[in-house]
Design a protein. Structure first.
Length: 168
């Protein structure tokens, strides 16, 4: 997931029960393939012991604040780790609400496809909520201004006709 938006940028399943620290590079590579960018930082839980840097990504793990840390540094560390704690409920939502547990696809490849599709469904639901909020905001703004309604309708009709002509 991204740190600020909460969009899922990578979802994987593994066939064996692998130690968390050994999966980190694979997951970061998948994120780079899907987004085109390699993440600068990755906030992980305490299960990812051993590595502090993978390629160009800095790994941030929760730890007790150091005595030499300033108040700002302590708050920054705490904030990163609190955001990491929000991932567990989202995994639960993907499993329950987006049917990652119920798999009708065959084999290990089916498991992988099912989990990726569940994560995509979570992202689409989030996108649709945002689009709905924007549409409602636009609708309420246009209710009070008939001149804007006319301009918007003309603009949409012009774009529709223009794109219609380009298609043929």
């Amino acid at each position: 997931m991204t740190q600020n938006t909460g969009i899922i940028v990578g979802a994987m399943t593994f066939e064996e029960n692998i130690y968390d620290g050994h999966t980190l590079e694979t997951v970061l590579n998948q994120t780079q393939i899907l987004t085109g960018n390699y993440p600068k930082t990755a906030t992980v839980d305490r299960g990812y012991k051993g590595t502090s840097k993978v390629k160009s990504t800095t790994i941030i793990r929760p730890s007790k604040p150091l005595k030499r840390d300033s108040t700002y540094q302590k708050q920054k560390k705490r904030k990163h780790c609190r955001r990491r704690a929000a991932i567990e409920p989202i995994i639960g939502h993907i499993k329950k609400d987006h049917r990652a547990v119920i798999n009708y696809l065959k084999g290990k490849t089916g498991d992988k496809i099912n989990f990726i599709m569940s994560a995509s469904g979570f992202n689409y639901k989030k996108l649709m909520k945002k689009l709905r909020a924007i549409a409602l905001w636009l609708y309420t703004k246009l209710q009070n201004k008939p001149q804007l309604q006319i301009e918007l309708i003309r603009h949409l009709q012009y774009r529709h006709v223009q794109s219609f002509n380009v298609t043929f």
